[in-house]
Design a protein around this ligand. Sequence first.
Ligand SMILES: Nc1ncnc2c1ncn2[C@@H]1O[C@H](COP(=O)(O)OP(=O)(O)OP(=O)(O)O)[C@@H](O)[C@H]1O
Ligand SMILES: [Mg+2]
Length: 333
Amino acid sequence: MASLLERKLIVVTGKGGTGKTTVACALGLLAARRGLRTIVAELGDQHRLPAMFGQPRAPESGVEVELEPGLWSTSIDPDEALFEWLRTLGGRISVRMLAASSTFHYFAAAAPGAKELVSMVKVRELCEGRPRRANAHGETARARGPYDLVILDAPATGHALAMLSSPQTFAAIVRAGPLAEQAQRVRELLEDPARSGYVAVTHATEMAVTETLELEEGLRLTLDRDLDAVVVNGTLPRRFTKQELGRIATTTATGDGSQAELGESAALARSAGRMARTVYERARLQQSQVARLRRQRFAGGSPPAVLTIPFVFTPELDLTAVRGTSERLDKKL
Ligand SMILES: Nc1ncnc2c1ncn2[C@@H]1O[C@H](COP(=O)(O)OP(=O)(O)OP(=O)(O)O)[C@@H](O)[C@H]1O
Ligand SMILES: [Mg+2]
């Protein structure tokens, strides 16, 4: 089977706040370093990548911005994608008129999955190329696609599964016509292990790992696919052995006196000792969740590639830190 970076599309999803955008960016940096023309697509009105690369202002949705040689980013706004698509039906209606009209709201309400589907159509176009259309202000974004690799910074699990199953949802409503054809092509891309891959990002906590297993099940039910990799983000280092922890406890346990009795430095040593134990216990729990993932045999029979990324102890996770993460992934992918 093609290795992950040889696909056209990598979908990165998982529990909210676990590091999906960070991992999508790290994968983008890695792919670009390997010589692939790569684009990371964010969803909604998010422009985290341009900000991380120090771009002074957020670009417009749909515009492809070069972040560094070989790496681009773009943002797909599902509302705008739906407006744009409806406009192609309505001829020369302006986006503003359409937004104010009841047609848009009726359509959005009556056709579940439509916004998700047109967003996925845009993702597919980044993979396979398309004629560029003018944006809301009549500007035409410069066409750089198709890209060698598109990395989709997808929403969290539930919403991502709704997006990924939108071709099926929509096919149940509309069976013929141009959108039905596009839906079919999106579905083929998402179901094809040679062209698309799925990465789950998780924390090593019970809840997040459970959500990862639910994601795996959802993928199998909707697309008959397995996760290609699970990235366990923010793992804590195991700094001490159990014996060392025992020694820390003895050397820092200086009695139960009040802070005044103990003296400030002894009290400090005691809280450092407690902190060492907390981190030790937390790391131990994390290890058991990583082991739980590694024990998993998905329905497809193949164990997932489980990769860990350590917690980065800096005040802010900046580009330098994400580059470090990307280099770490390089050794494993
Ligand atoms: N390995 C790490 N070490 C330390 N901080 C991290 C690490 N990975 C991510 N973070 C920080 O955790 C926060 C969440 O990360 P990120 O935005 O990538 O998550 P997300 O899954 O995309 O969130 P959302 O669900 O809101 O889109 C950010 O502040 C990020 O800087
Ligand atoms: Mg995110």
